[in-house]
Design a protein around this ligand. Structure first.
Ligand SMILES: *Cc1c(COP(=O)(O)O)cnc(C)c1O
Length: 376
């Protein structure tokens, strides 16, 4: 017995030693990295048919696609022309202003790798916001500054940003913002674009812009040469599964980013489906779906205020709402038991007792309301 115990202990020590040695080879910033917690990783049972997954801001309105293309032995076009032509019509820009990316997330990464060196350069963003700006900076070992948004209306703190622009190469602005749901005051962003036009890139992440399309900054791309806009098909277009996004900026920056981007970032099946999603008929369907989700949101907000567990609902211009509860941990766990999965924001700065809820179908909204009423 004793011998066996020692043996086990030895094996354990041996294993630890191996890990120690590997850790000496892995970059320090990766060892210390707190990775992005995707909704899929947080809830592994996501494919369960009975599950109501309101935790990833995906669209709950399903469209059916089938591939036109049947053979895939050749590499795809590096930047698929037909897709770019269709997107340029959709955003009313020149084809030279458009880069196709593997989701908006690749755009976030690509800009950082192109503009920042590890030694002195910094990025800046304004929490509470999308976590990938921090995660990408940490992976690339680029320093970041955070300037918290005002926690009453989530407006950017322009004065504080101004004081902290030294060595800042990129400012990431999520507009409308995830997870708070608000859009940012247009004049504040324009002031920031003016102020930084010779020093800093302003990246506006418009992942949810279809839910408040009049807030887009695309019309300023030819005016401000430090403006980059990120777009995606993952949210309003209901195509999170194909990983397709777009980066909009001036031609010179597009050409510079083309030097850095992977040779074949977009797979042919993705391009095939993205092209279908951007035809006139499907654009109308997308816009109708956006309106349906906005209507469902109105219904849900109105009814949630009748739940005693709800303290406050922040104004939202997106396909999700941020809700402050009296006891969010209790609500989160109870909904989980009922197979309704939402996103916990309780540990984010200024978001204690807050949960983020994706707007689902009207059936899903009603089910959520029913369950929350029971918890009141
Ligand atoms: C979902 C999301 C993204 C990621 O978009 P993909 O195109 O799926 O990579 C980027 N930014 C924000 C703010 C998001 O919420």
């Amino acid at each position: 017995m004793r011998k066996k115990y020692i043996n086990k202990n030895n094996i354990h020590q041996e294993k630890n030693k191996k890990i120690d040695n590997i850790n000496k080879i892995i970059k320090k910033n990766i060892i210390n990295l707190i990775p992005y917690k995707s909704a899929r990783l947080l809830y592994k049972d996501n494919d369960n048919k009975n599950l109501i997954a309101l935790n990833a801001n995906e669209s709950s309105i399903i469209s059916y696609f089938s591939l036109n293309k049947k053979i895939f032995n050749k590499y795809p076009e590096p930047q698929p022309k037909k897709l770019i032509v269709l997107y340029s019509k959709y955003v009313n820009l020149n084809v030279k202003n458009i880069l196709v990316t593997r989701g908006a997330d690749e755009g976030i990464d690509l800009v950082m790798r192109t503009f920042c060196n590890q030694k002195n350069d910094k990025i800046l963003f304004c929490p509470p916001t999308y976590d990938m700006y921090r995660v990408t900076a940490q992976i690339l070992d680029i320093k970041y500054i955070t300037i918290n948004s005002n926690n009453i209306n989530w407006e950017l703190n322009l004065n504080k940003i101004k004081e902290n622009l030294n060595n800042v190469k990129i400012i990431y602005i999520c507009n409308p913002n995830n997870p708070t749901g608000n859009y940012i005051n247009k004049n504040i962003i324009i002031e920031l674009l003016e102020l930084t036009k010779n020093t800093t890139m302003i990246v506006i992440d418009e992942a949810y812009i279809e839910f408040c399309i009049d807030q887009t900054f695309t019309y300023l791309i030819n005016k401000y040469h430090n403006l980059i806009i990120l777009r995606t098909l993952s949210k309003a277009f209901a195509l999170a599964g194909i990983r397709c996004g777009f980066l909009l900026t001036n031609e010179y920056i597009i050409n510079t980013l083309l030097k850095v981007i992977a040779p074949y970032p977009i797979s042919e099946p993705s391009t095939d489906i993205a092209i279908q999603a951007l035809n006139l008929k499907n654009l109308i369907i997308m816009k109708n779906n956006v309106q349906t989700i906005i209507n469902n949101k109105k219904w849900l907000v109105k009814n949630l205020y009748n739940c005693r567990c709800v303290k406050y609902i922040f104004n939202s211009s997106t396909n999700f709402i941020l809700v402050k509860f009296y006891n969010s941990d209790y609500i989160f766990k109870k909904l989980n038991k009922k197979k309704i999965i939402i996103r916990n924001q309780n540990n984010q700065k200024n978001l204690n007792n807050c949960l983020r809820i994706t707007i689902g179908t009207i059936f899903e909204c009603k089910k959520l309301f029913f369950e929350l009423q029971q918890l009141s």
